[in-house]
Design a protein around this ligand. Structure first.
Ligand code: SF4
Length: 408
């Protein structure tokens, strides 16, 4: 049975560990994708041990959401036996789907977890209706299309096939064809196709003329250096109405290595905008709060990727375009009385700081920090990362909400 409701795509968020998983659900994701310590394309994320995976699925289901297990690396012969054991162990956990790229993983999933739906990863590079039909015919429930498609091409694949279609709507883009890349393997001996990408495309590069070793020629006249392989970040927030009308079943956010502040901001912006569209499609306009939210977290310049065809180039971005206007100050853990909340501090806090309270809904109240106490009720003026303190907020708050600090 499918998981998306007609006209209401799922918002799917990355969960690199348990805290990020809880944050994703708190800020409105319908589903999360996560992985074990091996066999996914984000080995450098913290990820989950087997008992943690089990706990994570139960937490997700207790909250009425869905959990997808990413097993989307390309495996070698010596991986097959451990992979089979891993899948056998994960099978009873009740994942709603497993995400695969390699046909070997697909076959092993069918053999070891026959009741779990299979989603085909973007790394399988599906770019046309015949390929999509092939995989649906094999029993795949959902295909996460290659990122190199225009919206028109995506629509046609959706119309001409019977399975579910998912696309990436937000996050970093590869400079290679949907992640099929050898840069990291060549330059750092880490294979991106086995989850070990060192993001070599984002390193600084310069031209060197062979007779002048050590003389680095910048590609552009820019003191910051040049980033010839560096892509802008994908952001389709501005295209939501067309995407919502296209029949696409899943909107996926990239970034299992991103922190909770980034995740909360991006999920909140998409959730809020999607819900406003669903309430009143004819009268919908992108709420300004959503766009503001997206700009408050670290990003490169945004692009709509290939969705509008090739009119928008995605390359050549330098650090000047990567900016951050807020930083995470703390996570609300508990509520007291009279507006007091206990927070897990994540950055230096000083009485007088301008803070922003970020819950699941807009607007985000902004207030000066005027009251702070230690856990044993002593007034204090300063707190540091990993401290737990009480602060007083002017607005109602929930555990899981965030406090952030405005940067000058
Ligand atoms: S090095 Fe860059 S282009 Fe290659 S897989 Fe990693 S992120 Fe993608």
């Amino acid at each position: 049975m499918g998981t998306s409701q007609q006209g209401r795509p799922e918002l799917i968020a990355p969960a690199g560990d348990m805290e990020r998983l809880k944050t994703a659900l708190h800020f409105g994701a319908d589903a999360v994708y996560l992985s074990g310590k091996q066999f996914s394309l984000r080995i450098f994320s913290k990820n989950f041990t087997l008992p943690e995976l089990d706990e994570a699925v139960r937490y997700v289901h207790d909250h009425g959401k869905r959990a997808y297990l990413a097993v989307n690396s390309f495996v070698k012969n010596e991986d097959l036996a451990p992979l089979r054991s891993f899948l056998e162990a994960a099978s009873p956990m009740g994942f709603d789907a497993v995400i695969v790229s390699d046909p070997a993983v697909f076959d092993l999933c069918k053999a070891t977890m026959p009741s779990v739906a299979i989603h085909l990863s973007t790394q399988a590079n599906i770019t046309n209706e015949l390929a999509a039909r092939h995989w649906f015919g094999q029993g795949v429930r959902r295909i996460i299309l290659a990122r190199e498609l225009s919206l028109e091409e995506i629509r046609k694949i959706k119309q001409k096939t019977k399975g579910e279609i998912e696309i990436f709507v937000h996050g970093a883009l590869c400079m290679a064809y949907s992640g099929r890349c050898l840069l990291s393997l060549y330059l750092a001996d880490r294979d991106a196709n086995q989850g070990l990408c060192t993001q070599s495309c984002r390193w600084r590069y310069a031209l060197v003329e062979e007779k002048r070793p050590g003389t680095y020629l910048p590609i552009e006249e820019d003191e910051q250096g040049s980033y010839i392989l560096n892509s802008k970040d994908l952001c389709l927030l501005g295209m939501l109405p067309e995407l919502m009308r296209s029949g696409i079943d899943g909107f996926k956010i990239e970034g299992r290595r991103k922190g909770i502040h980034y995740l909360a901001a991006v999920i909140k912006a998409y959730r809020w905008a999607m819900d406003r569209y669903l309430e009143d499609p004819a009268g919908y306009e992108l709420p300004p709060d959503c766009w503001e939210e997206i700009l408050k977290v670290s990003n490169r310049e945004y692009t709509s990727g290939f969705l509008k065809g090739k009119e928008e180039l995605t390359i050549c971005v330098d650090e000047e375009h990567s900016y951050r206007r807020s930083t995470l100050a703390g996570v609300i853990k508990d509520r007291g009385t009279d507006g007091w909340v206990c927070i897990d501090v994540r950055g230096r806090l000083l009485i007088g700081d301008t803070l922003e309270h970020m819950g699941a809904a807009f607007p985000n109240p902004v207030f000066p920090l005027s009251d702070m106490k230690t856990l044993d009720e002593q007034d204090c003026r300063e707190a540091h990362a990993s401290d737990h303190v009480w602060v007083r907020l002017p607005s109602p708050a929930e555990p899981g909400d965030l406090l952030r600090k405005r940067l000058a």
